[in-house]
Write a protein that binds this ligand. Structure first.
Ligand code: ADP
Ligand code: MG
Length: 316
């Protein structure tokens, strides 16, 4: 069993310095004192928790979030199934490095060509994490596949012989059309991923309205691709600005990190890296808060704390 450390639940998120650290943990020492190693997070709410990961705008990090939070949940000891509901542009399998193991998809399950468990792809590293793809790559949304079919699928996962998973994560397609409506239908909570730019925020705001209209009231946001140097130079909105604009509780703040792109290309989610990259730690912390239905009071620090404490952009 791989050691879970450092799975953390700090009230402080360390986001710097920008240059990759050669020995990250040496630099993180002052923060270490704030981390909690000695307990497993308490699973809040009714299981299975059906969580849709959505954004409105494409390319903001939904699939990256689904892969990393999913595997963090598995590392924390919870069972999770990730459904790739981005039918036309399916890529969750690639991010997870599982593309060669997808033999059947939900389309074949619905056609009666295979059983549900044959379409569930077990992760190579964590057997309590499984992937389910709706259809083959580049195919269109199957005719008649909508919210009802996805709800049926979620019910089928709940009623599996081996028991319901703790989490069902749904990776939502971009946009607000049929694919989006389908993906949100069975969910009872949402993780809204946004980047701190005006187009992404506008879409996120619209999506928040649609989620609430659909009865999903438990919406938490992840602010992704945050660059402290740009915030400092007032070239990027701060996380506080984003919080004020969307008015949603904060699940996590993920820094812009070249390791994310590297891990995407390797099909090896960031949270499995050793030593963990900064963005990986941030995803782990977000997963922890998701489990406990907690949100974050962020204090972003840019450099190693100096003699008199942290240099913070904002506190809360
Ligand atoms: P979406 O599913 O919303 O379309 P993806 O998760 O596929 O977005 O991410 C789009 C691209 O952005 C990918 O190439 C991914 O590697 C990159 N990316 C996502 N998050 C970060 C980050 N925090 N730092 C750097 N690159 C990122
Ligand atoms: Mg995606």
């Amino acid at each position: 069993m791989i050691c879970l450390q450092p799975i953390t639940k700090p009230s402080v998120l360390y986001l710097g310095p920008r240059k990759p650290l050669k020995k990250p943990f040496k630099s993180l020492t002052p923060i270490h004192s704030l981390l909690q190693y000695n307990r497993k997070p308490q699973l809040a709410g009714e299981t299975p928790r059906v969580v849709v990961i959505t954004s409105g705008k494409g390319g903001v990090g939904k699939t990256t979030t689904t892969a990393n939070i999913g595997l963090s949940l598995a590392r924390l000891g919870f069972s999770a199934v990730a459904i790739d509901a981005d039918v036309g542009l399916r890529n969750l399998d690639l991010l997870l490095g599982l593309e060669n193991r997808v033999n059947y998809t939900v389309v074949e399950v619905l056609n009666g060509d295979c059983r549900l468990d044959q379409a569930l792809v077990r992760d190579k590293r964590w057997s309590n994490f499984e992937l389910l793809c709706i259809s083959k790559p580049r195919s269109k949304l199957p005719l008649g596949f909508g919210g009802k079919a996805l709800t049926w699928l979620v019910e089928a996962l709940k009623n599996r012989e081996e028991g319901a998973p703790d989490f069902i994560l749904i990776d939502c397609p971009a946009g607000i059309d049929a694919g989006f409506i389908t993906a949100i239908t069975p969910a009872n909570e949402a993780v809204l991923v946004t980047t701190p730019d005006i187009t992404s925020l506008r879409d996120a705001d619209r999506v928040t309205g649609l989620l609430e209209c659909d009865g999903i009231r438990d919406i938490k946001m992840i602010v992704n691709r945050v660059r402290t140097d740009m915030i400092k130079g007032e070239d990027m909105m701060s996380v506080l600005d984003v919080q004020e604009m969307l008015g949603l509780p904060l699940l996590g703040v993920i820094p812009e990190d070249s390791e994310v792109i590297r891990s995407t290309n390797r099909g090896y989610p960031l949270v499995l890296n050793k030593p963990p990259a900064l963005a990986g730690l941030a995803f782990e912390q977000a997963a922890w808060r998701l489990v406990e239905q907690d949100s974050m009071k962020a204090v972003m620090v840019e450099e190693e704390p100096k003699k008199r404490g942290f240099f913070s952009f904002f506190g809360g």
